[in-house]
Design a protein around this ligand. Sequence first.
Ligand code: NAI
Length: 248
Amino acid sequence: MQNRLEKMIAVITGSARGIGYGIAERFAEEGSTVIILDLNQEQVDEAVSRLTAHGYSAEGYAANVTDSERIGEIFKELDAKYGKIDILVNNAGITKDNLIMRMKESDWDAVINVNLKGTFICTQKISRYLLKQKSGCLVNIASVIGIMGNAGQANYAASKGGVISLTKSSAKEFASRGIRVNAVAPGFIETEMTQNLPEEVVKSYSAAIPLQKMGSIRNVADLCLFLASKEAEYITGQVINVDGGLII
Ligand code: NAI
């Protein structure tokens, strides 16, 4: 443990598994108290148990990032309990891929709602506490797809492009109170989902990446840690890719 986030209170959405859990674990290793926020209570409890078993400080809430009332209550409770909230990572995200011709409006709405509106809701609900305390930092998980687009992912690309614009706008809005907002744009990252892809598919993905391999959850978590730490105190409104050079 290096204690780069000592005594920090960090909320990570969508953190019962995958990249979100990896970010929570990385932050916890650096001394942060981490708040696991995800849809399913059992999965939240399991993630919290895994972290506390390592001696880390963690607690969890089952919540949907699109439920503004519930999200507001959670931040209120955390502020009352800890007297401050330092970091929010807006990581919760979903995909519902299809070609535009075949995409159901409900799939468009669902992806925009969770990925973009959910990020807005969490940003809005935490902002009153961060603005009051005149400190804090937000890291929004976007995607390289939000920059370059992708056939079959118009809803996802639009949501992540929106997250990037929201990042820049909130960075400008909050900067005078010392609050930083940045976005991380991962490329192809090895997760539980991609672990089951056939070897040929992984090879073809990797061939398009200058560093010739998929990224790890740890690669994304390390960038989030840097952006949340004091080392990034002069960085705001930026989108940083962690993609092995996929977009150069
Ligand atoms: P994942 O599907 O493994 O994990 C997402 C987590 O978010 C799940 O635990 C899920 O329950 C939670 N979640 C979904 N909807 C939610 C909601 N409405 N409220 C609260 N929690 C919710 O996904 P993964 O791969 O870990 O992705 C995490 C983030 O990284 C997402 O925003 C994704 O778009 C982004 N990303 C992932 C890449 C990859 O290669 N895996 C590449 C680029 C971006």
